[in-house]
Design a protein around this ligand. Sequence first.
Ligand code: ATP
Ligand code: MG
Length: 119
Amino acid sequence: MSITKIEIITRPEKLEELKEAMNAIAVAGMTVTQVYGCGLQKGHKEIYRGKEVAINLVPKVKVEIVICEVPVEKVLETAKRVCRTGNVGDGKIFVYSLDNAVRIRTGEEGESAIIDPKS
Ligand SMILES: Nc1ncnc2c1ncn2[C@@H]1O[C@H](COP(=O)(O)OP(=O)(O)OP(=O)(O)O)[C@@H](O)[C@H]1O
Ligand SMILES: [Mg+2]
């Protein structure tokens, strides 16, 4: 089994729904960071809290998820369904293959560091 990291950069207002949707498909862990970014439009024409942003970096959230049992496609479909509004700035999803993972408490590596032993 391979370990994949999925990074979703999207609108802050989508975070709650995204968290719940990921929980519903048994995604075990995630790291959330508040970030600033821009995409193809360099931040222009993007609306944040009802205002068009004057600066070129728009607040976003970055959600990092590492999976091995949950299918990558399922995570991608879920993120797209929740985060898509159809307007510019909906975000990006980056997919990486991960070399290794370590659970510090037990020293477990690889899949065992990710998979819940009770599931
Ligand atoms: N090429 C990139 N490299 C790194 N981060 C990126 C890149 N493109 C987008 N991002 C990140 O994703 C966020 C959302 O990007 P955005 O949705 O504006 O992408 P886009 O390609 O311009 O698509 P859209 O046309 O829908 O706006 C950015 O604020 C930035 O944090
Ligand atoms: Mg854009």
